[in-house]
Design a protein around this ligand. Structure first.
Ligand code: GLU
Length: 428
């Protein structure tokens, strides 16, 4: 199902409206929170290596900054749209609120395919992006980070451009920087590890031992890879991984019923998450269609790629064996498919709770930058574990007490916190 049929912004607003109704949110607060506070849309001219100039479209959308500077990643994707970025910005506000860190929500995007850009072109694109935004981003306004197809090297080019324009050193202007250049140890692993910290809590609650479980993952980029590693560490077995094959322009699912060796799989995967098919077959994997990850007889499904992947069209492909849906991506389940998940009684760990480990560690990175004192990796991961566990417990406790679906419980906590902040500031 293409993402065109589902508009993520409409989905994000529909989810919000339901919860606003449920908690009886006042009209002014409701209107303010159901849309972004500020949007920047611009063009970025980039001198290409062949001497021509290409014009890229860029966005930065700040949904809400009542609880602190706006925060959220920048995606590079050929199908990026304003509405996707709007939805993602809104989800960032809820994400920072659910883990109770003093940050708001924003998101950025550039319509581009980094597979087709050289290092130099990517650097000039990053610098051009920051030149368009230097007045409205920064450590106390809006703090970007990596996301789909961006990484530490892009963050450092952006930081360097910002510091060149503004003059001085502002390491807290952006997070996800390389370690040694203001980045935090553990940041690369944080989103994936965070997913498994909350999964561990859910399994405990459901009385299931991690070593008795199996999982199927969609995506094999940064989030999925680290989630897979940590899941293996707690004893789980991964039976399937689905990923995009850039050469064939389609996705495949790699299945090994004996269990996939994650380290070996990573060694045959490129930076964007495409797996080498021949080498995977040598490793004993069977190769199936891109959606086959959904119908594997596993206990846990982990969509950790893009939005709108589980839809009304494919939700029935989910195997009867599935007990938990752990949303690693932002917005992977469309609202109509979500209704089916709920009816089937699959235990959901919703996206903005499950994948909040990344932004939580970004917050730790900012704290370290501001102190100019860097923590050891264990210290960072310990703090991450504490935050994620507390957030999970608060959501699950509310869900049980008020008999709510986990997504609704997470929303109730986040929206109430942000509503309180806008009211205390006297905005409404
Ligand atoms: N891009 C990540 C997310 O969607 C991290 C954002 C951040 O660190 O600011 O949560």
């Amino acid at each position: 199902m293409s993402s065109k049929s589902y508009n993520p912004y409409a989905n994000a607003q529909a989810q919000f409206d339901r919860v606003a109704e449920m908690i009886g949110l006042e009209q002014g607060v409701r209107e303010l929170l159901r849309q972004p506070m500020r949007e920047y849309h611009f063009t970025i001219p980039v001198r290409m290596d062949d001497g021509t100039t290409k014009i890229f479209k860029g966005f930065r959308i700040q949904h809400n900054d009542a609880r602190g500077p706006a925060k959220g990643g920048i995606r590079f994707h050929p199908q990026e749209t304003e509405d996707t970025v709007r939805a993602l910005a809104m989800w960032m506000t809820w994400k920072c609120a659910v883990v109770d860190i003093p940050l708001g929500g924003a998101k950025g995007g550039v319509v581009c395919d980094p597979h087709n850009l050289t290092e130099g072109e990517q650097e000039r694109l990053c610098r051009g992006y920051v030149r368009q935004l230097s007045k409205v981003i920064g450590p106390w306004n809006d703090v970007p980070a990596p996301d789909v197809m961006t990484s530490g090297k892009h963050m450092l080019w952006m930081l360097d451009e910002f510091e060149t324009i503004v003059g001085g050193r502002y390491p807290g202007m952006i997070t996800g920087k390389p370690v040694g250049m203001g980045g935090s140890l553990g940041r690369t692993e944080a989103t994936g590890y965070g997913l498994i910290y909350v999964l561990r809590e859910a399994l405990k609650e459901l009385g299931i031992k991690p070593e008795d479980t199996t999982a199927s993952i969609q995506g094999f980029g940064n989030v999925a890879r680290h989630a897979a590693k940590m899941y293996q560490t707690i004893g789980g077995k991964i039976l399937a991984v689905s990923c995009w094959d850039n050469a064939d322009k389609k996705a495949y699912t790699f299945v090994n019923k004996e269990g996939i060796d994650v380290e070996a799989m990573i060694s045959i995967t490129d930076t964007y998450g495409s797996i080498d098919k021949e080498k995977a077959m040598d490793m004993g994997c069977e190769i199936l269609d891109g959606e086959a990850w959904l119908e594997q007889d596993v206990d846990i499904l982990i969509p950790a790629a893009l939005e709108n992947q589980i839809t009304l069209v494919n939700v029935d492909r989910i195997s009867k064996s599935v007990k938990i849906l752990l949303e690693g991506a932002n917005g992977p389940t469309t609202p109509d498919a979500d209704d089916v998940i709920k009816q089937r009684g699959i235990f959901l760990i919703p996206d903005f709770l499950a994948n909040a480990g990344g932004v939580t560690c970004s917050y730790f990175e900012q704290v370290q930058c501001n102190m100019n004192y860097y923590w050891e990796k264990d210290e960072v991961l310990d703090k991450l574990n504490t935050k994620m566990t507390a957030a999970y417990k608060a959501v699950s406790e509310l869900a049980k007490r008020r008999n709510l679906y986990m997504r609704d419980a997470a929303y109730v906590i986040s929206v109430s916190r942000v509503a309180q902040a806008v009211k205390m500031r006297g905005w409404v």
